[in-house]
Design a binder for this molecule. Structure first.
Ligand code: FES
Length: 94
């Protein structure tokens, strides 16, 4: 019997469903998540260019280094958080 349940990942505490091959950003948008935390330059993190150029959609996957949500395929069970917190310098101070 085929599993018909959608795959899901987590955005902070939210459970986000996605279709096979869908990017993180596409799944977040479809679920109504538009704000992705802070972005470089004090801007609002969000989906913008969709081609990996603007870096406005950076998110952390399972606490790792930031990735572009618009280019990264969603995977079951991944735990996503904003890449930057408001007022924090990008990627630490060292
Ligand atoms: S939306 Fe521009 S890099 Fe992802």
């Amino acid at each position: 019997m085929q599993n018909t349940q959608p795959s899901t990942f987590f955005w902070n505490q939210l459970v986000i469903p996605f279709d096979p091959g869908e990017s993180i950003a596409a799944a977040l948008l479809r679920s109504g998540v538009f704000r992705l935390g802070a972005a470089v330059g004090g801007l609002q993190g969000r989906y913008f260019c969709g081609i990996g150029n603007c870096q406005a959609c950076l998110v952390c996957v399972d606490g790792g280094s930031p990735v572009e949500a618009c280019l990264t395929p969603a995977q079951p069970g991944m735990r996503l958080t904003p890449a930057l917190q408001a007022g924090s310098p990008p990627w630490g101070t060292s």
